[in-house]
Design a protein around this ligand. Sequence first.
Ligand SMILES: CSCCC(=O)C(=O)COP(=O)(O)O
Ligand SMILES: [Mg+2]
Length: 240
Amino acid sequence: MVSNVILDIEGTICPISFVKDVLFPYFLRQLPALLDQYPYPLLEDPSDPIKTILRKFPQDKTATRDSLYTYIKTLVDNDVKDSVLKELQGLIWAKGYHEGTIKAPLYEDAIRAMYTWSTRKDKKVYIYSSGSVQAQKLLLQYVRSINEPETAPGKDLNELVSGYFDTTNAGPKIQATSYSKIAEKINSSPAKCLFLSDNPKEVAAALEAGMHSYIVVRPGNAPVESAPAAKISTFDQLEL
Ligand SMILES: CSCCC(=O)C(=O)COP(=O)(O)O
Ligand SMILES: [Mg+2]
């Protein structure tokens, strides 16, 4: 029996287009002004959280403002799941979410299932995304159903989630050991966990760790050629 449902975010509970067309462009618009406020090379300053993150990028990239900008932009343009980039993005997106500029459109079946599972005594919902834990919490704090207008009042779904995992606290999403670690952290055997993701490599890693897993197919996702597991197109197909 499945006791823990672990959800990927992009391409699973929300469209990839929200990340590519809303979140990434918002981040890139804020980036020049953010980098302009510092002298280079970046020196240590524990009192400044942004500078502290920027200094985690490779030292040769932080030598000048332009080399740092080019490096970060290249990571974003290539959708590199770099943990320092993800930490920085979480910090920048916070402004957009809190100001009301950004609201995350979630698939209606995903919202419904999260409510249903989290209110059952025998189920818990977790998140595992390449986005930082801070970015995950923000995204779930400002949610609208994908079928509602952008002006719809936001819902906060964080109370439905029992824990958040990213590449920093669990490890890379395409490695089986990350899923074993998550199971251990939530005091569960992998056999009692179900992982849902759009990425077949992530699904293969979860299966290797002994979890149940399905590939989630949503409009706009990359076509899945060789599938390591069955595909679902809505969470309504799951009988848990
Ligand atoms: C949750 S933060 C925004 C999405 C993001 O940056 C990302 O890399 C999502 O990757 P996922 O593992 O959820 O497919
Ligand atoms: Mg995904």
